[in-house]
Design a protein around this ligand. Structure first.
Ligand SMILES: [Zn+2]
Length: 136
């Protein structure tokens, strides 16, 4: 059982996010008062404490804010993927997602590199947003 990968555990706030992911869409709450696009999903805007928000669809593009290459097996479920890249991607809309960079050799990556979302369908229920460098 230690070999199980960690799967998302949606709560009431994040359920719409994960439902959108299943449709290969990145959706975030945008505050009705100050316009802050927030992540993680929450009942209140962290900037202005307004409760009113609507869900917007993000472009799926952003830049690598920071990243690390994993060479050690910390979880046996990931041992076939070594080395893999864990990154914080800053989306055009503002939110920063903790994610993986895929489809690219780790040594080719750098901070501020433009990336786009790709979908990893891990089950019928869940698709994980991951990112790859934009072509060119
Ligand atoms: Zn706000």
């Amino acid at each position: 059982m230690a070999k199980e990968k960690i799967v998302p555990a949606p709560d009431a706030d994040s359920k719409p996010f994960w439902e959108a992911c299943r449709d290969h869409k990145l959706k975030f709450q945008k505050c009705a008062a100050c316009g802050e696009v927030r992540w993680p999903a929450s009942i209140l805007c962290p900037q202005c404490h307004c409760r009113d928000a609507r869900w917007i669809e993000a472009s799926g593009r952003g830049i690598i804010h920071t990243f690390v290459v994993y060479h050690q097996v910390f979880n046996p479920a990931f041992k076939d993927q070594i080395p893999y890249v864990v990154a914080v991607v800053e989306l055009e809309e503002g939110p920063r997602l903790l994610t993986n960079i895929v489809d690219s050799p780790p040594e080719s990556l750098s901070c501020d590199l433009p990336v786009e979302v790709v979908w990893d369908d891990i089950s019928e229920e869940f698709s994980l947003p991951k990112f790859r460098p934009l072509p060119g």
